[in-house]
Design a protein around this ligand. Sequence first.
Ligand code: SF4
Ligand code: SF4
Length: 416
Amino acid sequence: MSDGNGPPGTAQRYMPRFTLDDGPITEVHAFWLAGMSCDGCSIAATGAQNPTVEQLMTGSIPGLPRIVLHHPVLSVTAGKDFMKAHHLARAGKLGAPYVVLMEGSVPDESIAGAFGGYWSAMGAEHLPDGTQRPIPTAHWLRDLAKGAAAVIAVGTCATWGGIPAAAGNVTGSMSVMDYLGKDYLSQLGLPPINIPGCAPLGDNITETITSVLMFLAGIGPLPEFDELGRPAWMFTSTVHRGCVRAGNYEEGKFADEYGQKECLVELGCWGPVVQCNMVSRGAVGHNGGCMNTGGICIGCTMPGFPDAFAPFYKKPPGTLVSSVLSRGTGGFVSYLRNFTQRSRNLTARWKETGSVPSGWASVQAKASSVDRAVGFFYERMKASGTRFEPGSARQKELQASASDYLRKRPPAQAAE
Ligand code: SF4
Ligand code: SF4
């Protein structure tokens, strides 16, 4: 809010420069701006698979407008040629709808400006004295946001402020929503859309763009966003609920060093409280992603990141209660499950003969007296309420019919 020239400001709604009445939208420009960023979000986007950036740029998804991407690293043009579309859009002369994608946080340019410098800039503007000065990225965001169909903040720096806005924030860095203000609405009437993550999942980026394009083209509903503008279907659930190690947590099995397959909460995993779909979706092409590859969750999608989760790699305080409880109840649950699993791993024949003809290893087929006692009750509970309950009239009827058949069957059949 304080870069000198100011953001779009309060309550002002700009008149649309395009409407669906103009006919089907075949092309949408996408201006990718990079503020205080490490370019990790760009790298993540290029790894997206569902859909790929190439599919979006070639318009190969039926019904979806083609994206004309203006990206400072990926575009093949440079210098004035690259900046031409930016200037046209800023002047309202692009002649096509566009979206703004912002990577990195927005610095307070008044701090650097006071010393004649800038934090982050792209392109240049001519001054009356014949000289030129770089145009801060923040100003591009401010100006392009006015006519954008949608503003999409990509990555935690753009969505919440992220690492540049962490403790000791000398650049005055802030998020896109902090910069544009509470009353900002795009041409589609949307506040900034937020796709957090450091870096976010590539598929989360391209899928969100796709769903906005479908809405823009009039072939899809407005996607569901949560109270912070996150695509709700991606960020409602916690990492823990989709984690491949969650069963270990439930059974009270915890890793005490990296490389082990159990739950990582005692090594510092914040997954139980963090909203992210990384492990359930996989980092690239449904593969990899934090706990899938042995890493803990450090909460990188959350507005409080990084300060609220630091120091990293230290057991979160809540773990003292939850993992102690899990150990207590999980040990018993684990015993019961192991018992059930053992008995389901035996065929009826092996149980009857008391041996398993496996050359792989020795398999215990004979149940211990404890297992037999547990099994007695287990089988009764399993069948209780059904026609097959042990001792039920139906069971007796079936047994009688089987005995009758065995008694009456022809001798030749009995010999088979
Ligand atoms: S590793 Fe983390 S997210 Fe996975 S089960 Fe353990 S606490 Fe939950
Ligand atoms: S699982 Fe945690 S650390 Fe990994 S991407 Fe999600 S929020 Fe970030």
